[in-house]
Every structure is written in C-alpha cells, then in structure tokens.
Design a protein. Structure first.
Length: 300
C-alpha cells in the first residue's frame, strides 16, 4: 500500500497509487469534524477493498468474458464470473505530478504482464481539490495498432452514516431509462425500458437500505445530488456528457454506490448487437476518450 494524501481546508483524501490510484478514504471537514463521505476501506469492519476505484478500459461486466468486435471473437479471463470492471484497479500507476491539492497518475498496459484486454492501452487520471470542489479527469488511449472498443467510469461508494446512527440519505439523479435484468446477473436482457417508480430518482427521495437496487441506467444527464440532511451536507454531481450511463448499487450495507460511467453493462456485446445505447466508443490507434467527474459540497 502506497497511500498519498491530498488535502485542503475541506478535504482529506487518501489515494493508493499501488492499487489503481483507488481512493482508500475520503473525508470532508465540517465545523472542525472530519466526516467519512466514503467508507474508510482501511477499517477492518468495512468489507470493501477501496472507497472508490476506476474502471478502465470498460465499465462493469462483460457476459462470460466473451465478445465479438469487428467480426473477431475475444475471450477474457475470469469469464465464469463475467469479466468485470476492467483491469487497472489492482495495478500500480506511475505518479506524474503531485501537489498538496492535486495528483496526476498514468498507467500503460505495456508495462504489465497478463493485462486482461486484447489491446494495448494507456490511461491517465487527475484528482484536483479547489475549495469545496473535488474533480477527477480520466483519459483512455488506444495504444494498439488496430481499432479498440472502449469505455470507463468511476465507482465511488458513499457512507450512509456521517454523524449519527440510522442517518437518512436522500438522492436525486435524472436518467431516461434502465436496462432490464431478467436473469438477475447485471447483464442487460434487452434494450433500456421506462423507469419504474422504485427506479425513478428524478425527484429527490430517501434511499432506504432495505430497498435493494443494482441497476444500469441510460440517458443520465450528468447532474444530481446526494443529501445527508441530519449532517447538513449536500453533494452535487457534475459529469461530462461522455458519462451517459449511471449505475446505482444500493445493498443492505452501511454504504451505497453511485457510478457515472460511459458505457452500459455488457456494452461491447450490446455494441456488437447494434444497440445504439451501448455507450461504447471505438478508438482508432492513438485516439483517446476523456471524461470528467466532479463533486461539489455545500454545508447547510
């Protein structure tokens, strides 16, 4: 573990550059108290490896690790469990720039063995603090000599409890539709469908821990917020247009996840099927895909 801390008067964030530049802990200061906006993955009672991690060169799952691209078949390892979340979060990244309020890191798949992706790729991430704004910029390059399907995203977990037991959490995230999951395996069983009442967060409502949800939404507008009313903290999302999809994961745990991503679950196979909502970008050699995700904190 190689934890790097970036901080200012509002934030204290611990980043593990040996493990995908994943965030290990994320604190926000209110009235001289550091509140755990994300669960501290260093704690033994937290069953998470990271508080937040990056998904590159694709987001979420690929069914059975198998897909077809440009009439050629590919099989990834770990297909029995559906190849998942790309292949950078457990690998060391190189620090390119580091200041008290900023860190920039880079990953090149050619520097590593057995990377679970058929094309060479490179990625870069920046984490930047400015007053009460946290910004992450992510770029993915195709470093192979042929066209490559590409996607990426962020997987932040958020704490339900900031300052008291049984603290309510309210969220508002606007999306157009949701992929059906008839096989209960997080693999879309068809094109996106209209939202049910339980899936519609276009108006702020309480996120109950008992209301299990693990769904991939399409038509995300890049905005939204999370509110901890008893702690008086409002977190506002602002994502670039490339993040057309959103994953909401709400388990019966002391945390939940809200994940802005560029591609749908099983996106490469949806793309091969001609599904226009797949979110897959096709990068020619040397081309790149970039996206930005920021979180603004207000104290109310």
């Amino acid at each position: 573990m190689n934890l790097i801390e970036i901080q200012n008067d509002v934030f204290r964030i611990l980043i593990d550059t040996d493990q995908g530049t994943s965030i290990s802990a994320f604190f926000v200061k209110k009235e001289n108290v550091w509140l755990p906006i994300m669960p501290d993955s260093r704690n033994e009672d937290i069953d998470l490896k990271f508080a937040s991690f990056l998904m590159i060169p694709y987001s979420n799952r690929i069914e059975n690790g198998f897909f077809t691209f440009r009439e050629k078949e590919y099989l990834l390892t770990n297909g029995d469990n559906h190849a998942i979340h790309g292949d950078v979060r457990f690998r060391p990244w190189q620090i390119e720039k580091m200041k008290e309020t900023q860190i920039a890191c880079r990953f090149n798949s050619k520097d590593h063995e057995n990377v679970n992706w058929p094309w060479a790729f490179e990625a870069a991430v920046e984490y930047i603090l400015s007053d009460n704004l946290f910004t992450s910029r992510l770029t993915l390059w195709n470093r192979a000599d042929s066209s490559m399907p590409a996607g990426m995203g962020w997987h932040p977990y958020f704490s339900r409890r900031l300052s008291m037991e049984n603290e309510p959490v309210r969220i508002c995230m606007k999306t157009e539709s949701v992929y059906p999951d008839e096989n209960d395996n997080r693999i879309p069983s068809g094109p996106p469908l209209p939202l049910s009442d339980a899936q519609d967060f276009s108006k702020e409502k309480r996120l109950e821990p008992e209301a299990y949800l693990d769904a991939c939404f399409y038509g995300y507008d890049g905005k939204g917020h999370i509110l901890w009313p008893e702690s008086g903290i409002r977190l506002t999302f602002d994502c670039s247009p490339e993040c057309s999809h959103l994953i909401l994961f709400n388990p019966p745990k002391p945390y939940f996840a809200v994940e802005p991503v560029t591609n749908a679950n099983n996106g490469v196979n949806l793309y091969a099927q001609g599904e226009p909502t797949s979110g897959i970008a096709v990068l020619e050699p040397g081309e790149s895909l970039s996206a930005e995700f920021s979180m603004h904190f207000d104290f109310i």
